[in-house]
Design a protein around this ligand. Structure first.
Ligand SMILES: C[S@@+](CC[C@H](N)C(=O)[O-])C[C@H]1O[C@@H](n2cnc3c(N)ncnc32)[C@H](O)[C@@H]1O
Length: 405
């Protein structure tokens, strides 16, 4: 069988015939699935925030597979893999789910033969659906292992094997609810060269904080009982405290943790946070770039508050951001000597700034506010191991008196 490359597939892209498309609704009349006369699998409705999640995953996995796969055999593990196919009503077309996206991007990165894929879902019909969606996609199905069952049970043996023989592995943990334990994510992050993209279903967790029957699930989710102290908070205070608690937990086992806020498409409230945990600075930085690239330069999806691309003056926003960051860095580090990489580490996962903003802000400090000591004399901008000596006071240039004035 000849597999199609991405260009060939795009050429063959055909729109669906709406007469062949049928809906399956739940008792409240909401569309939960589509069937299509020519397909032997179902399609899920494609929500706006899922589109964004998939675009980010596509961008990031291509870079990840290219970089880590250049010298290593690599793995992708999808613990809540889903049914593999969505109906995109805006474009009247099929879009594929995270497992097919991952396989496609590894092939695009020319790592298709040097990688393994593990797809798990507790629902047998979703796994069967995914297999059929794969066939329809035309993407190679080699090196795939499917498992059916509870994520928490099925991942155990995979973690044990990986621990004995570590390989760079990207874990996609994308549940509908609160059924992934922090202790499992911690075990994953303790293995070298692992990364996790975890869907922290905040809206779901929030609703159950005052339900006695969910206490054990929430304690497993957070990996601590500390969340109980905050269950009676409300609004933003509750959201920010619980999000920060989860981040603090992840920071105990991953050096870089950044969370992407995803609102409901038609509501300004938070639906979920996508937490990215990595022990690699580039991983954190590239994931942020990937998100910003597909989201008008921003690192959160604001639903109805999304910026209007027609009105965006990206240049002005970026200039303001960099000026603000420059002042922040100066106020924090004046009088100190510090490596440039420590400045990047300080801001990369605790602010919305991208790494290029940090670099631009630091470069603006040169001469007037700080002196740079380069490890490599040929460096024209700044390297991670360069030292920055911040002055105690700005070194304001004297007004130049012209000899000829
Ligand atoms: C949000 S969907 C996954 C979507 C998929 N990652 C994608 O991007 O296309 C969540 C999936 O998790 C599965 N699931 C729910 N609870 C699970 C559990 N405890 N263990 C494994 N799978 C579970 C559901 O059947 C569903 O297919």
């Amino acid at each position: 069988m000849k597999y199609l490359n991405t260009k060939e597939k795009l050429r063959l892209k055909t729109l669906l015939d709406k007469n062949k498309l049928h809906t399956i609704k739940n008792s409240k009349g909401k569309i939960i699935k589509y069937t299509y006369d020519d397909f032997d699998f179902v399609l899920w409705p494609y929500e706006e925030q899922t589109k964004i999640k998939h675009k980010v995953l596509r961008e990031y996995l291509f870079v990840w597979a290219t970089k880590l796969g250049s010298v290593n055999y690599i793995n992708y593990y999808d613990g809540f893999s889903g049914g593999g196919a969505y109906y995109n009503s805006e474009e009247n077309d099929i879009n594929y789910g995270s497992p097919i996206i991952a396989k496609e991007q590894f092939i695009r990165a020319k790592r298709g033969n040097k990688s393994s894929f593990y797809f798990n879902d507790k629902n047998k019909s979703n796994v069967e659906n995914l297999k059929k969606a794969f066939v329809k996609s035309g993407i190679s199905t080699s090196n795939i292992t499917y498992t059916i069952g509870e994520f928490e049970n099925n991942i155990t043996s995979f973690i044990e094997q990986l621990k004995d023989n570590p390989k760079p592995t990207f874990f996609m943990i994308d549940p509908f609810g609160i059924n992934a334990h922090f202790s499992t994510i911690k075990k994953i992050m303790e293995i070298p060269k692992t990364e996790v993209l975890f869907n922290f279903m905040y809206n779901f967790a929030r609703r159950f904080t005052n339900n006695k029957n969910s206490e054990t699930n929430l304690t497993d989710l957070f990996g601590t009982e500390e969340w109980l102290n905050y269950k009676n908070l409300s609004g933003d205070a509750k959201e920010n405290t619980l999000r920060d608690l989860y981040k603090q937990q992840l920071k105990s086992c991953a050096k870089y943790v950044y969370q992407y806020r995803m609102c409901f498409p038609n509501d300004k409230r938070t639906y979920y946070y996508l937490f990215h945990a990595s022990n690699n600075r580039d991983g954190c930085s590239i994931m942020k770039d990937s998100f910003a690239k597909i989201n008008y330069g921003e690192v959160e999806f604001l639903g109805p508050n999304q910026p209007n691309p027609a009105q965006l003056a990206i240049w002005d926003l970026t200039t303001d951001k960099i000026e603000t960051l420059k002042v922040q860095i100066w106020n924090e580090f004046k009088g100190q000597t510090i490596l440039y990489k420590d400045i990047v580490d300080r801001y990369i996962d605790s602010t919305t700034y991208l790494e290029r903003h940090i670099k631009q802000a630091v470069l603006l400090l040169k001469d007037e506010y700080a002196e740079f000591i380069h490890v490599n004399s040929k460096t024209r901008t700044i390297d991670y191991d360069d030292t920055i000596c911040f002055f105690d006071k700005p070194n304001l240039k004297p007004v130049q008196m012209s000899l000829f004035s």
